[in-house]
Design a protein around this ligand. Structure first.
Ligand SMILES: [Zn+2]
Length: 494
């Protein structure tokens, strides 16, 4: 009896000890450092035999990035569970996602959220960018913006995250950020964005239409209501400039961010943007609790609908693996559907909530240029930068065995114009297509088939006319040369 009581007492002490994060212990006054995060997660994992730390990679300055795996059994072993990945602070000057994620960990540590683990195997990565986080800077130790790197995967933090993702093949994910409402143009406009949380859905039109529809019709209304009922305000993620001078949209269709990078793999994926403070510590308790509430709402939804979402993800992924869809959009544009947006804002003059009807609202993404998906792409064996890229994405790739039955399409770049991509100017090449058969190819090639989970990413990355493709990045722009053949070839199989 005494033994049992002591055990219970010990369990209570352990759970209270880890119920508080370093941030809570500081009275919400001091942000958690990288070392404190690692120590805290290690302590939490040490106190629960089913919780485990896995380091997903090392930052450019050599800091290890811990993930905590939360399960009621062996992580990933029970196929009926939905595997969920939450990751925060890709941008080092957005600390509330990290603190919110740690608050969430503490609630799992106390046992209070055990019911969620009946349906979910969860991973939380509180801090993707420790180098930036330690010095309150957006970019990582290499000076790179991690949330523009998910296609090219040049940064070690993202290389680690994607490898980790592919290892467990998460079915749902959320990338947690902060948005800053305090720009001069908005203040001059007289009203600023004020939602505690903005939730961004998948917008790239090559992403499963069924997942986008489900997200917009089911999840977004649910999470808005959930967060509001918990005392925080919530709206869609609506970047864009000042109403009417610029247009407002549901975020970018680029696939280089954490939301769309994993969404392009058929994942039920979102971005959550909490409202930033005027500095890192301003209003930080509320900011962090708002972020935690949004993450918790996501988990509540997933646990209640795990079967439905797992089935949806499985079905959509199977289609991609079979090579669907046949057409892939590589140039896109945001367009109006005739609707207006009632944007909840804060009046600068009165400091009260106000609503502005935005007419220049473009919620729909439309294709400007489609390509037919080939059976795959041929990459010269000498183009190591492309082979390394393929490896970082974990792509299926094999040595090409020439066959006269294969039709090969080679582009010759005839002209390089430019095109507006969400306000940026990127290359818009024209080309002529030459057809040859596989046995007439000079040189050795590797074959990247498009009938694989990353099939749509592969097309959007490797087509030279893609406004979000590899050639739009400094590290790959050398591939695009006027009056020269494009080194990556298309392979058509009859
Ligand atoms: Zn951010």
């Amino acid at each position: 009896m005494i033994k049992i009581t002591l055990c219970l007492l010990f369990a209570v002490i352990i759970s209270t000890a880890f119920a508080q994060t370093p941030f809570e212990k500081s009275g919400y006054r001091k942000l958690t450092t990288h070392k404190e995060i690692t120590d805290y997660l290690t302590a939490v994992a040490g106190a629960n035999k089913h919780f485990e730390i896995e380091y997903i990679g090392t930052s450019s300055k050599g800091r290890e990035i811990p993930a905590i795996k939360l399960s009621e059994g062996k992580f990933g072993a029970d196929n009926s569970k939905i595997k969920v990945l939450l990751f925060a602070q890709q941008h080092g000057d957005e600390p509330s996602g990290k603190e919110g994620a740690l608050l969430l960990v503490s609630r799992f540590a106390s046992g209070e959220l055990n019911y969620l683990l009946k349906k979910i195997d969860l991973v939380i990565v509180p801090q993707m960018n420790p180098d930036g986080g330690e010095v309150n800077r957006r970019r990582n130790g290499n000076g790179a913006d991690l949330n523009r790197d998910h296609l090219i995967l040049m940064q070690p933090e993202n290389q680690g995250l994607h490898k980790f993702f592919n290892k467990y093949m998460f079915e749902a994910s959320m990338d947690v950020h902060e948005y800053s409402p305090y720009s001069q143009s908005w203040i001059k406009f007289g009203a600023i964005k004020n939602s505690d949380e903005q939730i961004g859905r998948l917008t790239n039109i090559n992403v499963s239409a069924a997942i986008r529809k489900y997200s917009g019709e089911k999840y977004i209304p649910y999470i808005k209501k959930y967060i509001t009922e918990k005392g925080f305000s919530c709206f869609d993620y609506i970047p864009g400039g000042v109403p009417e001078a610029d247009y407002i949209r549901y975020s970018t269709f680029d696939i280089n961010d954490g939301r769309q990078g994993f969404g392009s793999l058929g994942t039920f994926s979102f971005i959550q943007e909490g409202k930033n403070g005027r500095d890192s510590i301003d209003n930080i308790e509320r900011r962090s609790k708002g972020q935690m509430t949004g993450m918790l709402g996501f988990l509540e939804y997933l646990s209640k609908n795990s079967k439905e979402i797992k089935a949806l993800v499985k079905k959509e992924r199977e289609k991609t693996v079979k090579g669907e869809p046949k057409n892939v959009a590589v140039q896109m544009i945001h367009v109006s559907d005739g609707s207006t947006l009632k944007a909840p804002l804060l009046s600068v003059a009165t400091n009260r909530d106000t609503q502005i009807v935005v007419k220049n609202f473009r919620p729909v993404v439309k294709s400007l240029f489609d390509v037919t998906k080939p059976a795959g792409y041929l990459v010269p064996e000498s183009r190591l930068e492309l082979l390394v890229w393929a490896e970082r994405h974990g792509l299926k790739i094999e040595k090409y065995v020439p066959s006269k039955r294969d039709i090969i399409e080679e582009y010759t770049i005839t002209k390089i114009d430019s095109i507006d991509f969400e306000g940026d100017i990127v290359a818009d090449p024209s080309f002529e297509t030459k057809k040859l058969t596989g046995d007439n190819l000079a040189g050795n090639y590797m074959f990247i088939p498009t009938a694989q989970l990353a099939g749509n990413i592969i097309v959007q990355a490797l087509e030279p006319k893609s406004m979000i493709g590899l050639v739009t990045y400094k590290s790959f722009e050398h591939l695009l040369v006027k009056n020269a053949p494009f080194p990556v070839l298309r392979l058509i199989r009859k």
